[in-house]
Design a protein around this ligand. Structure first.
Ligand code: GLS
Length: 871
């Protein structure tokens, strides 16, 4: 009886309900209507931005029709749902994806043309939603797309940052400059404010145990802020199912503090409101949430708790509406922790179950450990999140009690052992190490914090213990997984080794990452998508939902006419990229060259340094060649793009080196016809969509064992770009699928890495001796070939000294691999065959496959299509 029409006549209601636009005329009517009413503008002076807004509002109405039906259907059926908690959702643009998933792209294109605009121009107006740093946030976005497309009831929960990832500018000297990204300034048609859905979230105060042996406590006082929901529709591809991404915004609980105001303290009154708003104001710009950069960032801890508390409250409210006993909670909700950022959800659910729901500890722990699932995304030791105990105690006193209780509950006898596992003194990563980094790379805030800590706890001893979030996430979850086979094995054998022993190997699995073929092939490479559909002779909605169907392309590698079309599309994609560079940067780049691309966050472990040193090596080799010799070489354009964390000094120096090498090379008449180099500023999802389809070869060259998976490697290969990489992350599984003859591998393997690092420290060999080719390159930089040499000293020293990332060990094999790439490219027909075969074998890397693995093996979740006739 709950969903009866509220008042009046059913027929009248039904008549008034909007349907998804079906005809071109429906679309143009809705567009004109939005111009007139929602935008309050006149058609005669409508600019392209206005046209984008009207288009977006029209598409949004269509999404909302399906979104409402999905809610209704799920409310009636009450299936188990999964919740994906991610601090980052790197969505990029929405309009094109919405039109594709709705199946309305052609009709919108027509209608918009009739109204005097072009769909391409309109799509270009949209600003990226860049609420993420890189791979981890983009993975979350791909998983949302796949969940809806696979008709799985999966809801996302995140934060509605006012500022997304910073915008990157490059100064004339080659320095990265950061500017804020106020992405909401032009209004965001893709979100629905739900001002009625709010929760109160508490910080600080005090937690008093009841003292009745129940373990319960009362937490009160402190600061209370309000979480307000904003909903973002997530349409599935070729289905009505439209899921929801709920983002929280923080607001003061009371507009402002009336008491302070009446006492004449106006500033004090406004301050509390500012401090509440600050919580969701900015995305932290660090990939690999490194404790080096985060140490003691109270605001980040508050972000994490604010978001997990609001999300859990919302999930529990939805569950309670079902009227089931609390013990059944894990049958109705699976909560996926995307990295350790939402780990506080574990003590938070314990708190609710014990303090509010009055459950025994055993019962509560049983529910918690059947509800959560944890995905680890990195094994880099400096990137594992840790929070100082005094800080957690201060901000979340009740949660700190619960964390201690978890420790003693699990292993009352072995408590000291586990205690060391869950919390550890900072001294384990030596204070001196952190300090060294600080002197060069920390921002002011962090330095003050550390100085204060150092004053309070001089030296290494007695530093505050830290809560290790990966350990807490692991013990509080039903299952734990890594994101590629090698990485999952490293999780089991390194960072969570002790837990495998305690809890059994069955708890630890692998789900290799995936990417959505809708955005990363159909949308970004429409010509290739059309060719594939024509060639496979099946509807694109078939292969875009079952990517293994691409195998049908294999025989066409032998078909010369097909190869010609394949190559022509790559060529046009290069021209599209060249056009982008011309119009945005005013630079002319050749299109009759091999395009070699490395685009990702700038990080030492990803080794952009290896790439730029390789470029310099090639440059000097070219300089030595005669004109006749040069004619035989492969023309090449090398592209870099990526942001550096604002406090990551070495990464910023790497950008500076690339920019200055580019300046020299691109201006050198001896070589510029054979080698060009570009650093494209402000890397984003939208820029990736232009770069990836144009690439012949892309570089994924992390030190073995450091890149958990990588996902852009999959995107390049899906678009027929070949892969040059190390035996790391998902590169390995890509090679397994496409065949080793179609990838270019080089470098030392994971098991060798530790010994090599040891040798660097205790049996160092001078670079001149170990790797003369590299020494020559380094010396050229050090002698000023690319501008003021002293600037690059700290960067060069990372290689000359401990060379933690094995540049000196891998350089020669890297150069050899580049030469193999050149050789292979000279045989054009063979190269195109490799390209076709690569695309054909990428079925495994659809995020549909990955999300189904989570649904089946982890969440126990079933597909639940919204029927055609819900109303
Ligand atoms: C990351 C890893 O570094 C990537 O290798 C991985 O593809 C991605 C998604 O699983 O997660 N971990 C991280 O902290 N940032 C990433 O991009």
């Amino acid at each position: 009886g709950k969903d009866k029409w509220p008042l009046g006549e059913e027929k009248v209601w039904k008549n008034g309900m909007r349907a998804v636009d079906e005809t071109v005329e429906d679309i143009t009517k809705s567009f004109a209507n939005h111009v007139q009413t929602s935008l309050a503008r006149q058609p005669y002076n409508l600019d392209t931005l206005g046209a984008y807004q009207a288009t977006a509002l029209t598409a949004r109405d269509d999404l909302l029709v399906n979104w409402n039906k999905t809610q209704l259907h799920y409310n009636r059926k009450a299936p188990k749902r999964a919740y994906y908690l991610s601090l980052e959702f790197l969505m990029g643009r929405t309009l094109d994806n919405a039109l594709l998933n709705l199946g309305l792209k052609d009709k919108f294109t027509d209608g918009i043309k009739k109204l005097g605009f072009s769909i391409e121009d309109i799509l270009e107006q949209e600003r990226d939603a860049a609420l993420g740093n890189g791979g981890l946030g983009r993975l979350a976005a791909c998983y949302l797309d796949s969940s809806a497309s696979q008709e799985l009831p999966v809801w996302g929960y995140g934060l509605r940052y006012k500022y997304g990832i910073f915008q990157q500018y490059i100064s004339p000297e080659g320095n990265q400059l950061e500017a804020p990204d106020p992405w909401l300034d032009n209004q965001n048609p893709w979100e629905l404010p739900r001002l009625d859905v709010t929760y109160e979230v508490r910080f600080y105060g005090h937690a008093d145990r009841m003292g009745d042996g129940s373990g319960r406590a009362v937490w009160q006082g402190g600061q209370e802020v309000l979480a307000v929901a904003y909903d973002v529709m997530v349409p599935g591809y070729a289905t009505k199912n439209t899921n929801n991404l709920r983002l929280w915004e923080s607001k003061p609980k009371r507009g402002f503090d009336l008491n302070s105001f009446n006492a004449g303290n106006y500033e004090g009154a406004v301050e509390s409101s500012n401090s509440a708003q600050a919580i969701t104001s900015v995305l932290y710009p660090n990939d690999h949430t490194s404790c080096k950069f985060h140490i003691g960032k109270e605001l980040r801890l508050k972000q994490q708790y604010f978001w997990t508390a609001a999300s859990l409250a919302d999930i529990l409210r939805r569950f309670k509406n079902l009227g089931k006993p609390i013990d059944d909670f894990p049958d109705y909700a699976a909560i996926q922790l995307n990295d350790t950022h939402p780990t506080l959800a574990i003590p938070e659910l314990m708190r609710i179950l014990i303090d509010d729901e009055d459950l025994t500890w055993d019962k509560a722990w049983g529910i918690v450990t059947n509800t959560f699932f944890y995905t680890n995304h990195t094994v880099l030791p400096e990137a594992l999140e840790k929070w100082p105990v005094p800080l957690v105690e201060h901000v979340l006193p009740r949660h700190m009690q619960i964390i201690y209780d978890i420790v003693s509950y699990l292993h009352p006898i072995n408590m000291p052992v586990i205690n060391v596992c869950l919390t550890e003194p900072v001294g384990v990563i030596s204070f001196a190490f952190i300090c060294d980094e600080l002197l060069i790379s920390m921002s002011g805030d962090d330095r003050f914090f550390l100085q204060a800590v150092e004053k309070k706890f001089p030296g290494d001893q007695g530093m505050p213990k830290q809560v290790r979030m990966a350990h807490l996430a692991c013990i509080g979850s039903r299952k734990v997984n890594g994101v590629a086979e090698l990485h999952s094995e490293l999780v089991r054998t390194t960072i969570l080794k002790d837990f495998v022993e305690f809890e059994g190997i069955e708890k630890f699995g692998n789900v290799t990452n995936g990417i959505t073929p809708r955005r990363w092939l159909d949308q970004c490479n429409p010509e290739l998508s059309t060719l594939i559909t024509k060639t496979l002779k099946i509807d694109n909605s078939v292969w875009l939902k079952d990517l293994y169907k691409l195998e049908g392309l294999l025989p066409f590698a032998e078909d010369a006419a097909f190869r010609k079309q394949w190559a022509a599309i790559k060529q046009r994609n290069k021209e599209r990229l060249a056009h982008y560079v011309r119009t945005t940067l005013g630079l002319e780049i050749r299109t009759d060259a091999m395009y070699d691309v490395q685009i990702k966050r700038i990080h030492e472990y990803k080794r952009q340094t290896l790439n730029i040193l390789g470029v310099i090596h090639r440059y000097f080799a070219l300089k030595k060649m005669s004109a006749a010799e040069k004619k035989k070489v492969n023309r090449k354009v090398v592209f870099f793009a990526g942001k550096a964390a604002p406090a990551y000094y070495i990464a910023k120096l790497t950008i500076r080196l690339v920019v200055n090498v580019a300046r020299v090379i691109n201006a050198d008449p001896d070589t510029k016809d054979y080698l060009q180099l570009y650093f494209l500023p402000d890397y984003s999802v939208s820029l990736a969509e232009v770069l990836i389809p144009a690439s012949d070869i892309s570089q994924h060259i992390s030190t073995a064992g450091t890149e958990a998976s990588g996902t852009s490697n999959m995107k390049f290969c899906l678009n027929g770009g070949l892969l040059l990489g190390t035996v790391d992350g998902a590169n390995i599984e890509i090679a397994e699928e496409v065949g080793e003859q179609n990838v270019f591998f080089f470098g030392h393997l994971t098991p060798a890495v530790e010994d090599l690092r040891y040798q660097h420290l205790y049996q160092p060999v001078p670079i001149e001796q170990k790797c003369p080719a590299l020494a020559a390159v380094i010396n050229s930089i050090a002698s000023g070939a690319f501008g003021d040499a002293s600037i690059y000293e700290p960067l060069l020293n990372t290689i000359r000294q401990s060379d933690y990332y094995l540049i000196t060990d891998d350089f020669d094999s890297y150069i050899a691999a580049l030469e193999m790439v050149d050789e292979a490219y000279l045989d054009k027909e063979e190269w195109i065959k490799k390209s076709i075969r690569t695309t054909a074998k990428m079925g495994k890397f659809s995020s549909d496959r990955a999300i189904n693995e989570y649904a089946e093996s982890y969440w126990n979740l079933e597909a639940n299509p919204v029927p055609a006739n819900v109303d």
